[in-house]
Design a protein around this ligand. Structure first.
Ligand code: NAD
Length: 283
């Protein structure tokens, strides 16, 4: 997709972190920007900041766990700006805890509902019209390096992100088969300095009530995550990489060179029948 100016981009999870940076990039490129997010105050402030910067923007409060909310987002985008050309299925949370803990089931469900079902719903709702209008367009699904390697204590997150990688690979092949003008990318960052380590701020009370504090705190995982995320790369670099992938039709967006050896090591383990062992990083 070469032309961005005057086209329309929809971003979920747009109120903070990577999503907000994507929205800012699209606005700066002269696109109409449609923000979707579950966190109302942050969404309002993102919308007014982008508008103050001179960008064309609207915002809808949505929960990506609800397909009707994504339908409402699509309708709002179409009614205001016409055809959609870029869709970033980006909303996500980091939660879950160990596989062996039987008490964190609802946190697992919440994580997979947002990170995987939210992306599935986005594709199902937006794709038909994007294929139909026939102009060059692009879908960017936010996965993670956790979609290419499985660190311990992150089971629900890993599962959701592997799912997003599989969905995206399937989709790009289907778009080629159908000879559509829809490009596809999958975004796989390692740590980025965003609000992801405080994802619990959006956890519904009924889900939080089922999650034993000990499940996360006892392992020290929360403080480790906070420090890794705080020392992550600037989300502006991720925004730059995504824009470049859209313009040059690149599928894989790996923002951290240092995480690539882990992908190769895992592939080696698979083809050589080597059992997964503990090591640093995602894989
Ligand atoms: N930050 C990292 O280190 C990192 C690394 C790899 C992948 N990612 C992925 O990047 C994406 C963006 O996360 P981020 O790091 O910018 O974190 P973030 O918390 O700053 O942003 C996530 C946004 O998603 C929104 N959101 C959460 N649940 C939602 C729901 N149910 N419906 C709609 N919106 C919802 C939040 O309100 C927030 O604005 C996520 O998919 C995350 O898994 C992040």
């Amino acid at each position: 997709m070469q032309e961005l100016e005057g086209r329309t981009a929809v971003v979920t999870g747009a109120a903070s972190g990577i999503g907000l940076e994507l929205a800012r990039r699209f606005g700066a490129a002269g696109m109409n920007v449609v923000l979707g997010d579950v966190e109302r105050p942050a969404l309002d402030s993102a919308e007014s900041n982008l508008r103050d910067a001179g960008y064309e923007v609207i915002a809808e409060e949505i929960d990506v766990r609800e397909i009707d909310d994504l339908r409402r987002l699509e309708t709002a985008a179409r009614e205001r700006y016409g055809d959609v050309h870029v869709l970033c299925n980006n909303a996500g949370v980091g939660a879950g805890g160990p596989v062996a803990d039987p008490d964190n089931l609802e946190a697992w469900r919440w994580t997979i509902d947002i990170n995987l079902w939210g992306v599935i719903y986005g594709c199902k709702v937006f794709l038909p019209a994007m294929i139909e209008h026939g102009e060059p367009c692009h879908i960017v699904n936010t996965a993670s390096m956790a979609g290419l390697g499985s660190a311990p204590m992150m089971g629900a997150y890993n599962i959701s992100k592997y799912g997003v990688v599989a969905l995206s690979e399937t989709l790009t092949r289907e778009m080629q088969m159908m000879q559509t003008a829809v490009g596809v990318s999958v975004l796989c960052p390692a740590f980025v300095a965003t609000g992801i380590a405080s994802s619990g701020r959006n956890m519904p009370a009924d889900v939080a009530a089922t999650l034993p504090e000990r499940a996360v705190e006892a392992t020290g995982l929360q403080s480790v995550m906070e420090s890794l995320v705080a020392n992550g790369i600037d989300p502006a670099l991720v925004g730059e990489a995504v824009l470049d992938a859209i313009l040059n039709d690149r599928f894989w967006i790996l923002t951290h060179d240092e995480s690539k050896p882990g992908v190769l090591a895992r592939a080696e383990e698979i083809v050589n029948g080597i059992n997964p062992a503990l090591r640093n990083g995602f894989a």
